[in-house]
Design a protein around this ligand. Structure first.
Ligand SMILES: [Fe+2]
Length: 272
């Protein structure tokens, strides 16, 4: 009588079922995912009940997604995977501006705005007016003219515009640096906010005794022809949540002084 199959032999059989001649990269990813899933299942000795709870959790996560709500991005953010993705995919040198999470609230097609223009379209915004000035430079300190800053931030009511309706647009703009590589953005001082916690991610945070706060920040993607773009934030140095950002996005180099209605920051891009 032959011996029962061991979990290692079982894993080997599953891994061998993927044919790398079909799509080598896909097979590399699937084999690795299966290997780690099997290891995880064995490591925690997953029970049937827990496995089914996991299935229900992922089902609910998908069901929570719609045109403006992306619960899977939020799950990835709060498990630290989104930040890790930025870290391993950012090809720039240490001299360039550090990246951080993209987040779920960027929208394509923000309005192009002139330097000095405000991104606050709602005149009833209660925030403290603030002007962000700075320049985009290369790693030798040379200003980059014509660099683009796609900027977005939370409204002063701690909600992103799109959370108030799919067509709602406020606090967004694309700015272009002038001949000296400088930009000027009128806005309001960003506020701390919580990630949406009325879905499966909120349930996970509560069940695990975790915080749901993001420290006040302004998002931007800085890009220029011939340079590596950076997805990043500027964080308010006075936020009480810098040490426990729910998405693990804070980097020391991205913390800026936003007191007295002013913020100054120079972004640095690496050549391609
Ligand atoms: Fe944000």
């Amino acid at each position: 009588m032959s011996l029962p199959m061991s979990p290692d032999e079982h894993l080997k059989q599953v891994l061998a079922s993927f044919d790398e001649s079909v799509n080598p990269r896909l097979v590399e990813i699937l084999r690795s995912a299966v290997k780690h899933l099997h290891e995880f299942t064995r490591e925690v000795k997953l029970t049937h009940k827990e496995w089914f709870a996991g299935i229900e959790y992922l089902t609910a996560t998908g069901q929570k997604c719609d045109e403006v709500r992306q619960e899977y991005i939020l799950l990835s953010d709060t498990l630290g995977v989104s930040m890790l993705l930025e870290m391993i995919n950012y090809a720039a040198s240490e001299k360039a501006t550090e990246p951080t999470v993209f987040g779920p609230f960027h929208v394509d097609g923000s309005p192009h705005r002139k330097n000095g223009e405000s991104i606050v379209d709602q005149t009833n915004d209660t925030g403290e007016p603030m002007v962000i000035t700075g320049a985009v430079k290369d790693t030798n300190g040379k200003p980059i003219a014509g660099a683009e800053l796609d900027v977005w931030q939370v409204q002063s009511n701690a909600m992103y515009d799109v959370q108030e309706g799919a067509d709602w647009r406020n606090m967004r703009g694309i700015f272009t640096t002038d001949a000296q590589g400088k930009f000027e953005i009128k806005t309001v001082r960003p506020v701390d906010y919580t990630v949406p916690d009325d879905g499966p991610v909120g349930n996970m945070l509560r069940a695990a005794g975790r915080d749901k706060w993001r420290p006040a920040h302004v998002h931007t993607v800085v890009s220029a022809k011939g340079y590596i773009p950076v997805i990043t934030h500027l964080f308010d140095s006075e936020s009480p949540y810098l040490k426990n950002d729910v998405v693990f996005g804070v980097r020391e180099s991205l913390i800026a002084d936003m007191k007295n209605g002013k913020c100054h920051y120079d972004f640095v891009l690496d050549p391609l």
